[in-house]
Design a protein around this ligand. Structure first.
Ligand SMILES: *[C@@H]1O[C@H](CO)[C@@H](O)[C@H](O)[C@H]1NC(C)=O
Ligand SMILES: *[C@@H]1O[C@H](CO)[C@@H](O)[C@H](O)[C@H]1NC(C)=O
Ligand SMILES: *[C@@H]1O[C@H](CO)[C@@H](O)[C@H](O)[C@H]1NC(C)=O
Ligand SMILES: *[C@@H]1O[C@H](CO)[C@@H](O)[C@H](O)[C@H]1NC(C)=O
Length: 204
């Protein structure tokens, strides 16, 4: 990958920004939190190597996320920060979703991205980001990222103000869960066949 140095630099910068600006997990009363069965640890506990696979790799054929959150990186416990590395081949979409526990600060490292979110008054904020641009998705709001460029893949890093931001897919939580059909029909002011058509698209 061409932008290795820039990539590492950007990781460092955005980590600092998030720690200062949008930390929102509960404060801890110790420097760091160790796993329950541990009394001492070393630097490895504070190290995550799970993103090395991206160095010199080719782009995947569909939208791919590599997470570095509490689940993958236990050393984040109590530190209120995490990352996701987002790879967008041409024409790929990170579909509508929410992060219930954190603001997302996205940084475009290569390529360009069309992004947007909707606030609680249903106002749309959409933007086309060039390489080097950042965009902030406020906590808990519906948003997407889309690589509309037909020739260039895109790589972005997102920092989160939570060790465990959580992701809730709009399509799946509404139409690919076990919410009763009648509830969906009434909520969307539509008919059962329309609901079933949407559902079947997600199940296949
Ligand atoms: C602590 O417990 C976890 C889960 O049971 C285990 O995976 C880990 O190896 C344990 N660590 C130590 C240092 O015993
Ligand atoms: C990535 O590629 C560069 C240039 O070919 C090489 O110098 C470097 O060692 C590679 N890094 C890894 C982790 O493979
Ligand atoms: C796609 O990206 C390339 C390289 O950044 C740029 O030259 C081109 O204008 C972009 N095409 C579109 C349709 O945005
Ligand atoms: C819908 O839910 C099923 C079962 O949880 C899952 O396997 C499938 O990937 C989901 N569909 C989409 C489009 O994510």
């Amino acid at each position: 990958m061409a932008a290795n140095t820039a990539f590492l630099y950007i990781l460092l910068v955005s980590f600092t920004v998030v720690q200062v600006a949008v930390a929102s997990d509960p404060d801890i009363l110790t420097d760091y939190v160790l796993p329950p069965n541990t009394t001492a640890t070393d630097a490895n506990y504070f190290t995550f190597t799970g993103v090395r696979s991206i160095v010199n790799s080719t782009y995947p054929t569909k939208f791919t996320v590599i997470k570095a959150s509490l689940n993958e990186f236990p050393g984040l416990l109590g530190q209120s920060v995490s990352y996701a590395i987002l790879e967008f081949p041409v024409g790929s979409l990170n579909p509508l979703h929410i992060h219930p526990r954190a603001t997302e600060l996205l940084f475009v490292i290569t390529g360009s991205l069309q992004v947007g979110f909707v606030d609680t008054t249903n106002t749309l904020f959409s933007q086309t980001l060039e390489t080097g641009d950042m965009f902030v998705f406020p906590k808990g709001l519906v948003h997407w990222q889309y690589n509309s460029n037909s020739t260039e893949p895109a790589l972005a890093v997102s920092a989160f103000g939570s060790a465990s931001a959580g992701t809730q897919s709009i399509a799946n939580s509404v139409f690919n869960s076990t919410i009763y059909e009648g509830i969906l029909v009434e909520s969307f002011k539509t008919s059962a066949d329309v609901v079933e058509k949407i559902e079947s698209g997600l199940k296949s």
